[in-house]
Design a protein around this ligand. Structure first.
Ligand SMILES: [Zn+2]
Length: 198
């Protein structure tokens, strides 16, 4: 009888431990879960309007960096790109550009492409058309004030977009650029080699 009780208690304990483990490993913040979900909804390129990736035939990659400029990582990334003689696209947050205009000038001076990543890095699908327009235009104006160029490429924050957001972007003659491979460095995982990431 006692033995049965002990087995029962041990099983119960194991069950609790397993449930806790599953809860903490599987639980993801809503943005991460939404971003993960979004990866499975990848569509096809819409020529001249929306791109997920370049041609699968060409052995080329396009590197893109989001959320800058800032003063810790942007200079490091720029140094490596210069060393390797590689050009990339930087999707700029307007608010960040206001804070670090010199860094934006440096990105531009190094010959990289500048893209628009909205003013405040908000989920555009939560806004109405006018607010979406403001987020994009405000960022565009700030960038123009600093480097005299208006970006044509737009990357919606978190990759969250819908037909309403897309139409606002298209109506301005701008192009949406998403991605086909996410390094997920933003999840603060330990660094991995590119081969491992693919
Ligand atoms: Zn971003």
């Amino acid at each position: 009888m006692r033995k049965k009780k002990i087995i029962y208690v041990i099983s119960l304990l194991l069950l609790v431990i397993c449930s806790m483990f599953a809860y903490y490993t599987l639980k993801k913040p809503p943005e991460v879960a939404k971003a993960a979900e979004d990866r499975y909804r990848r569509g096809h390129n819409i020529p001249g309007k929306l791109y997920w990736a370049g041609s699968a035939q060409d052995k080329e990659v396009a590197l893109t960096f989001d959320d800058g400029p800032e003063e810790v990582w942007t200079p490091k990334v720029l140094d490596i790109l210069k060393q390797k003689n590689v050009k990339a696209t930087f999707f700029i947050i307007g608010k960040q550009a206001q804070k670090y205009p010199e860094m934006l000038r440096q990105i531009n001076a190094d010959g990289h492409i500048i893209g628009n990543h909205t003013f405040g890095h908000v989920d555009l699908t939560k806004l109405d058309a006018q607010q979406v327009d403001q987020e994009i235009e405000k960022c565009a104006l700030i960038i123009h004030d600093i480097i005299g160029k208006t970006p044509r490429l737009v990357r919606p924050p978190f990759g969250f977009h819908n037909p309403d957001v897309d139409n606002v972007v298209y109506s301005k003659g701008k192009i949406i650029v998403l991605w086909s491979l996410d390094t997920e460095d933003w999840t603060a995982l330990p660094p991995v080699g590119l081969t491992a990431a693919i």
